[in-house]
Design a protein around this ligand. Sequence first.
Ligand code: MG
Length: 169
Amino acid sequence: MIEADYEYRTGIGMDIHRLVAGRDLMLGGVLVPYPLGLLGHSDGDVVLHAVIDALLGAASEGDIGTLFPDTDAEWKDADSKELLLMVKDLLVEKRWEVVNVDLIVHAEEPKLERFKGQMKRCISGILGIDFINVNVKAKTNEGLGEIGAGQAMAATATVLLRRSVKRML
Ligand code: MG
């Protein structure tokens, strides 16, 4: 008898970028109005980078730097939404489904409450999962360190993947 079952894998990702003048602030695929933006080879979207690394980790596919090296001109000013879509395609190829994404944005300013829904919509849309399966939390750093001083923003993400396996009983 053959019975369908699932194998599950978790993954974790984190990223940090420096805040500088003259850049758009992209967080979770959303343009957040702010005088500073995140410095990076791509658009600096620290949230999507953390999600990408969590997905790649869960699938045992290395990390964002391996897939999209910052020495490669192709990824200069890259839209991180497109990078996430490419990672989604890689997961589909390996038959992985995303069960859920949970993430934390570490930012002293601005208040991100009103952008959480848009971030969830953007990430769930790219990954092809229900809105409810993406959770966004925002935390300040209580004034501590570079994040607390408003010199950087960071993100931490965790994901769960599953794929069907057929078991002979
Ligand atoms: Mg990054």
